[in-house]
Design a binder for this molecule. Structure first.
Ligand SMILES: [Zn+2]
Length: 341
């Protein structure tokens, strides 16, 4: 377990989102909120000031199972609040992003295998709320990542945004913020990883063939360029390509084309202003952004229509130094909710 870093700061790398921003809000709350991003290995926390600034952030090792998840979540909130010299009682609310199946209205999570939550749904909002005596709202991790990215995006302070957060991880899916509001639907919004792009392609675990996820996820890189040194396959692939290995250069272009296809799908379906690349593969940073932008530019060469949509300019990187999903969860905690918990 580790605890880290005080106030967020520093200059983000080129093409990355800045570290502070503010969504316009008609009912801006006057007290800070805390957001949590609970993942399989770590629980990230961010304390958000009423003006949208990230005041403090913390990181703890996640403990599997319902009791462990709740206990670490409570400690993460207390830790980040303490860093800023505040008390939990000073909070307006807590937002939590989790993987798995989320009952947004009920504040429950189930089928979160990575967190050791299986069987009966965990009433996370109620249990964490009881432990800290603060209102808690729970949402899907991709939804809060999209909210966080929208909060940090250029221009967020002046108007509601249309933005997609494209997670390139084990799978492939997007969180969507449209007109400043998370698109939840019935749970299928943004599941573009399972749009088939090659009817003759390999079978997908979802039962279809040739799904986009098989070409554009992090797992797809493992197949294109199996790792040999124990480091992540995307790191090895991009290093080999940068060193001029012609096979790696071709494989990197193939992968970038697939990610570009995901970007195109998002822009052509809901015309998002920004597509923010996140997930494990995005830790590659600028080389990934450059490769995807180059792929989009190549694809636009033959199509004045695509060129007119300036897709390469719409792609951004999730900032590496700010816990985007935790920030988004803190933004979610500001949202006035009927009932509450
Ligand atoms: Zn599929």
């Amino acid at each position: 377990m580790s605890s880290s870093t005080g106030p967020a700061g520093g200059r983000p790398p080129a093409g990355a989102l800045p570290s502070a921003g503010a969504l316009p809000s008609a009912e801006r709350e006057q007290r800070p909120t805390v957001g949590l991003d609970i993942g399989g290995t770590k629980t990230l926390a961010a304390l958000l000031a009423p003006d949208g600034t990230v005041l403090a952030q913390a990181r703890l090792g996640t403990e599997r199972g319902p009791d462990g998840v709740v206990a670490v979540a409570a400690r993460a909130v207390q830790g980040v609040v303490r860093q800023a010299g505040l008390d939990v009682a000073a909070l307006d609310g807590i937002g939590v992003g989790v993987p798995g199946l989320v009952g947004y209205d009920e504040g429950t999570v189930s089928h979160a295998v990575n967190l050791g939550i299986e069987g009966a749904p965990l009433p996370l909002a109620r249990r964490l709320g009881d432990a800290l005596d603060v209102g808690v709202v729970v949402d899907n991790d991709l939804n809060v990542a999209a909210l966080g990215a929208a909060h940090l995006a250029p221009g967020a302070a002046t108007r509601p945004l249309d933005l997609a957060f494209l997670a390139l991880g084990t799978g492939l899916a997007a969180g969507l913020v449209l007109d400043g509001v998370v698109r939840r639907g019935t749970g299928a919004a943004g599941e573009i990883g399972h749009v088939p792009v090659d009817p003759a392609g390999p079978p997908c675990p979802c039962g279809q063939r040739g799904c986009l996820e098989l070409y554009a996820s992090g797992t797809a890189v493992d197949r294109l360029w199996p790792a040999t040194s124990g480091r992540p396959a995307p790191v090895e692939l991009f290093e080999a390509a940068a060193a001029g290995d012609p096979v790696a250069v071709a494989a990197q272009a193939t992968y970038a084309d697939a990610v570009a296809a995901a970007v195109r799908m998002l822009v052509l379906s809901v015309d998002v202003r920004h597509v923010v690349l996140g997930g494990g593969v995005a830790q590659l940073g600028a080389p990934l952004l450059d490769a995807v932008r180059a792929a989009l530019a190549r694809q636009a060469e033959a199509s004045p229509f695509l060129a007119s949509l300036t897709m390469a300019d719409r792609v951004l990187l999730a900032p590496g130094h700010v816990p985007v999903a935790a920030v988004g969860a803190a933004v979610l905690a500001r949202t006035p909710r009927a009932g509450g918990s």
